[in-house]
Design a protein around this ligand. Structure first.
Ligand code: XIL
Length: 356
């Protein structure tokens, strides 16, 4: 294959990359994106906090608009990220009186402010999801129309606790969870389905947006088990979700057998799956030997994805979390991506397209 998208397109899945407006404004980065990928995720620009100004008024973030137009103009799919998350969400979202808090997005408890009630939170989330759907449909046409590039969305992100926590049934004890229990998950999917795949969907197009739950460290047995338990409950409750996301922020010391086990375990649900945020840190210092080892690691990832796809045909997409090392949120952990800062393909690239 002569590009990442050829390699994964041949397997029947999209090849994605996280970008922000810096890639769109940089010719070299843009060329790498267009040559190699047929899907983008907004690394930050579509997260809840960016849709609100200081007066808490809703509008589409300019940067999100730029990214979505870039995708629409170049025939790239967009994997939306993200509707409900404990992080990068305005503080006021969680308060009974939204004027008790400013926009500071720490999503924490604020002294002197009472937390929102469950009804208030669910209504805020409903309105948020409707507004996002409507703003995108107003600018790009309805979901499923030729001009709207959104094909998938992370509806909820990072809902599972990192450690064992029977007291929260394995769930992250976020303000979302403290206020609504698991209802915010069920409701977010119901709203996303209602708006993205219903009210704001192109008439005659069935279910244009694949709705994902997403989480990290699914290669660790404990986290995988807790994620699996939640997904069982969602299935039992008939929650309208379509796909299971694995972020895969991993490193050379990660066991690829555990990566394979995460995908194999989740395949039993018969849903779509996606690797949503892949990066593989080498550790520091970054040496030539480490970069070669990283190439082998990415090759192994390619082989696992291929085998899983041949077996289960569930992959929606596989996405890397950034174009080049210098732009990676994990660059300090060692050159995690496929291209270096001169936009040259690393051994990681060669491995990831499936060449040894
Ligand atoms: C990260 C971005 O890459 C950073 O630029 C930002 O400062 C923090 O968020 N899980 C997710 C992503 O779902 O949204 C996170 O992205 C990485 C972890």
């Amino acid at each position: 294959p002569s590009s990442i998208k050829d390699a994964y397109g041949a397997l029947g899945m999209n090849a994605g990359v996280a970008i922000d407006t810096r890639e769109v404004g940089n010719d070299a980065a843009k060329q790498v994106v267009l040559k190699n990928f047929n899907q983008i995720t907004a690394e930050n620009d579509m997260k809840p906090e960016y849709w609100y100004n200081d007066a808490h008024e809703f509008s589409m973030p300019e940067n999100a608009k730029t990214l979505l137009h870039f995708a629409a103009d170049n025939g790239l799919a967009v994997y939306g990220h993200v509707l409900a998350w404990h992080s990068q969400t305005p503080d006021w979202f969680f308060q009974a009186d939204e004027n008790c808090a400013d926009q500071n997005p720490t999503a924490g408890v604020i002294e002197g402010c009472a937390l929102a009630s469950k009804d208030q939170m669910l209504e805020r989330e409903r309105a948020h999801i409707e507004n996002v759907a409507k703003a995108i449909a107003d600018e790009f046409g309805k979901f499923g129309s030729d001009t709207n590039p959104i094909k998938a969305f992370d509806v909820v992100n990072e809902t599972i606790n990192d450690g064992d926590s029977p007291e929260t049934n394995g769930m992250r004890n976020s303000l979302w969870y403290q206020i609504t229990g698991e209802d915010y998950i069920d409701k977010s999917f119901e709203y996303a389905n209602q708006y993205l795949n219903g009210e704001y969907a192109e008439p005659g197009v069935t279910h244009p947006v694949t709705l994902f739950i997403n989480d990290y460290n699914t290669d660790s047995a404990g986290k995988l088990g807790r994620y699996q338990s939640l997904i069982k409950r969602l299935v039992e409750r008939n929650v309208p979700f379509d796909g299971i996301g694995h972020q895969m922020h991993i490193q050379l010391t990660t066991s690829t057998a555990n990566v394979e086990n995460a995908l194999e375990t989740m395949s039993a649900f018969g849903k779509k799956q996606a690797i949503t945020e892949l990066d593989v840190a080498t550790g520091t210092p970054v040496t030539q030997a480490k970069l070669v080892e990283q190439g082998q690691f990415y090759y192994k990832m390619n082989q696992i994805i291929k085998e899983q796809q041949e077996k289960h045909h569930q992959f929606f997409s596989v996405s890397v979390w950034g174009v080049n090392d210098g732009r990676s949120w994990r660059n300090s952990e060692g050159a995690p991506l496929l291209f270096n800062d001169e936009y040259q393909a690393k051994p990681a690239y060669t491995g990831f397209i499936g060449d040894k």
